[in-house]
Ligand binder design. Structure first.
Ligand SMILES: Nc1ncnc2c1ncn2[C@@H]1O[C@H](COP(=O)(O)OP(=O)(O)O)[C@@H](O)[C@H]1O
Ligand SMILES: [Mg+2]
Length: 272
């Protein structure tokens, strides 16, 4: 279960370990042709079990931010900590979901999920039991033996999500995971994501271009500026953890948070 925002703030104040702590980070890319500052003065604490969404214009450093948390990229200055430990190389205690499911075409849904276990040399029994649980949790029952090309885009993303959750990572990073899906499938996966987050208790960092998706799913929404990406504002979403879709979107709190995000992004910004 997520903590209410007030709790997570006081937890941070009391020095309780944050799931993710980003402290005054800058990322600069120097190539022969260009010198790009992707992120600048970015600080963010994410409490254990919290769901944080990140929105911002294209190219403002959102993917860079997630890669840094995963340890796939080092900040130029500043530090990133995962559960109190400085990130200084690829981390195994995270799950990562991308816009494309990137499944192996010759492997069934179940065996694509089990790939995670093989890479991590997880005990077979535990991996199989966890796979069965996740298949049920994500509504893939009956499709365990299907090959990726036999699955819809939404189903493929469910498989990718199971694969990312197999080793029970305390932190799940999602980079526009539902961006390639049609609107209805996306809504359906949003509803499932809210339930999966509550059931697993995992901390989530979600990058999205959809304001509705951000507000529906998150405890807090981080709004970033144009490149060099800085945090313009962090907005609390004061809604209960369990969120029915249509009633939630009809709430005044939902509308006011969404309006504020759109204002920050500017007319014609990244909102869709
Ligand atoms: N490995 C890299 N080398 C050079 N420039 C990069 C690299 N990765 C990202 N960039 C640049 O950093 C900026 C931020 O990229 P990215 O994090 O992918 O943005 P976003 O995900 O918000 O669209 C972009 O200008 C991009 O071109
Ligand atoms: Mg990106």
């Amino acid at each position: 279960m997520s903590k209410p925002e007030s709790d997570s703030k006081s937890a941070a104040a009391a020095g309780e370990q944050a799931a993710v702590r980003i402290d005054d980070v800058a990322v600069r890319f120097r190539t022969r042709k260009r010198d790009v500052t992707a992120l600048q003065e970015v600080s963010l604490d994410v409490a254990m079990g919290e769901f944080v969404a990140i929105v911002g214009p294209s190219g403002c450093g959102k993917s860079t931010l997630l890669k840094m948390v995963a340890g796939l990229l080092k900040p130029t200055t500043g530090t990133v900590k995962l559960r109190g430990e400085t990130v200084d190389g690829p981390r195994h205690d995270i799950g990562y979901v991308f816009q494309r499911a990137a499944l192996l075409e010759w492997r069934s849904a179940r065996r694509n999920i089990l790939l995670q276990a093989e890479m991590r040399k997880m005990p077979g029994d535990r991996a199989k039991a966890r796979t069965a649980e996740l298949i049920e949790m994500t509504g893939l029952t009956g499709f365990e033996d299907a090959l990726p090309h036999e699955l819809s885009g939404g189903m493929q993303q469910r498989v990718a999500l199971c694969r990312a959750l197999l080793h029970e990572p305390p932190v799940l990073l999602m980079d526009e995971p539902f961006g390639a899906l049609d609107a209805l499938t996306r809504e359906q996966l949003n509803v499932e994501m809210n339930r999966i987050w509550r059931e697993t208790g995992t901390t989530v960092l979600l990058v999205t271009h959809s304001v509705a998706e951000a507000v529906y799913l998150a405890n807090r929404v981080v709004v970033m500026s144009d490149r060099p990406g800085t945090i313009r504002e962090i907005i609390d979403v004061d809604l209960p953890a369990e969120r029915e879709y249509t009633p939630t979107l009809a709430k005044p709190e939902f509308a006011s948070v969404a309006a504020r995000i759109r204002e920050l992004l500017g007319a014609g910004g990244a909102a869709d």
